[in-house]
Design a protein around this ligand. Structure first.
Ligand code: PLP
Length: 370
């Protein structure tokens, strides 16, 4: 197998894939695949309950919050969240730090007034500083007293490689509205204080499992705020009251997510993932910072531990870099089309060994062409 640095759908732990393959035709002697099981059968209900319980344990989700397994992806949530939280409100506040958070505030404008209270969008003025997390010191002053339905931010900008490090979570108790965070690309890589959030959500296809399931963690008192036009299948209260089985859930994606959760618990849980993530990110950022050939466009303190964007000093070498990397089994390194350059996504399932293989290749390539 290759080392897959895709931003998502991303690499899964090899042992999880092996187990899924072994169970594909005959799950635990029942004579059928999980894919073929009724979602209401005792066998599947057992898989489902364990998956949800393991997720709650991994993220230390308190009783005040429901965990929902939904569909629609994180982009779907850009509409589903206003449909669920905007009743009685006309506006919400947004922190824009990159492509994904901007997409969220744009979609919100279909439902209400999106107030961008903080952004890092002054690219021309800030080019020298690189991409960064904006100063959050006065955030509460800009949000409070304005009847905001909630404050939204994206904890890790997968495309730009900009990640928060608790700056907004630490302010949550000073806000007069719930905090909503897109954690699609860094969920389960760092312990969060879930009690500080109104809603946490993410598509599964990075740290959790295959695409198709969207995880939503919602504070129970927010289940009463849905607009009457919210589709029943996407209404948090309906989904919660029906144990995420109001309609057929993405059963197989949930099963694989369950295997990933078991794997993560066996490794040492989120504390292990947090330590590994830092270790892996440091290998790449140290290399980049000690080289005059590679450059990372993100301010040091705000660099993502999950998605490492970098450029080569000579862009005409990009195609050669990618093809030589692929010859070494290092794939999916091309940066997002909107930013160019390279991006190495190093989610929980990427072992340190894979990151070291990439670093060794990058050093050799630099020596070869310099
Ligand atoms: N938000 C973030 C931070 C992402 O990285 C992605 C990437 O897939 C999305 C949202 C979109 O998620 P989905 O494709 O599941 O709708």
């Amino acid at each position: 197998r290759v080392w897959n640095f895709s931003a998502g759908p991303a690499a899964l732990p090899e042992s999880v894939l092996q187990r899924a393959a072994a169970e594909m035709l005959d799950w635990q002697g029942k004579g059928l695949s999980v894919m073929e099981m009724s979602h209401r059968s005792p066998e599947y209900m057992g898989i489902f309950e364990k998956t949800r319980a393991d997720f709650r344990a991994l993220l230390n989700v308190p009783d005040s919050h429901e965990v929902l397994f939904m569909q629609g992806g994180a982009v779907g949530m850009n509409a589903i969240i206003p449909l669920n939280l905007l009743q009685g409100f006309e506006q919400a506040a947004f922190v824009n730090t990159g492509a994904w958070s901007k997409k969220t505030s744009k979609e919100f404008s279909k439902y209400g007034t999106a107030r961008v209270v903080l952004d890092n969008g002054n690219a021309a003025a800030d080019a020298a500083a690189g991409a960064y997390v904006p100063d959050c010191a006065h955030l509460a002053d800009r949000v409070n007293g304005q009847s905001m339905a909630y404050l939204h931010f994206c904890d890790n900008e997968t495309i730009g490689g900009v990640e928060f490090n608790g700056q907004i979570e630490n302010l949550a108790n000073a806000l007069d509205c719930p905090l909503v965070a897109d954690v699609s690309s860094n969920i389960l890589s760092r312990q969060l204080d879930v009690s500080r959030y109104g809603v946490l959500y993410g598509g599964a296809q990075k740290n959790v499992g295959p695409a198709g399931v969207t995880i939503v963690v919602v504070r129970k008192d927010l289940l009463e705020r849905a607009q009457p036009i919210c589709p029943s299948a996407f209404e948090f209260k309906t989904v919660a009251d029906n144990g995420s089985m109001y309609n057929t859930p993405p059963t197989y994606s949930i099963y694989i997510a369950g295997l990933v959760f078991e794997w993560l618990l066996a490794q040492g849980g989120v504390a292990w993932a947090e330590q590994q993530s830092q270790l892996k990110a440091d290998v790449l950022y140290n290399l980049i910072d000690h080289s005059s050939f590679y450059h990372c466009p993100v301010r040091k303190a705000d660099r993502s531990r999950m998605n490492v964007p970098f450029t080569l000093a000579d862009e005409s070498l990009n195609a050669m870099f990618l093809s030589k990397a692929a010859e070494r089994g290092l794939v999916q390194l091309k940066g997002h089309k909107s930013v160019g350059g390279m991006r190495a996504s190093i989610y929980n399932a990427m072992p340190l060994e894979g990151v070291q293989a990439l670093a060794a290749f990058m050093r050799e390539f630099e020596q070869e062409v310099a």
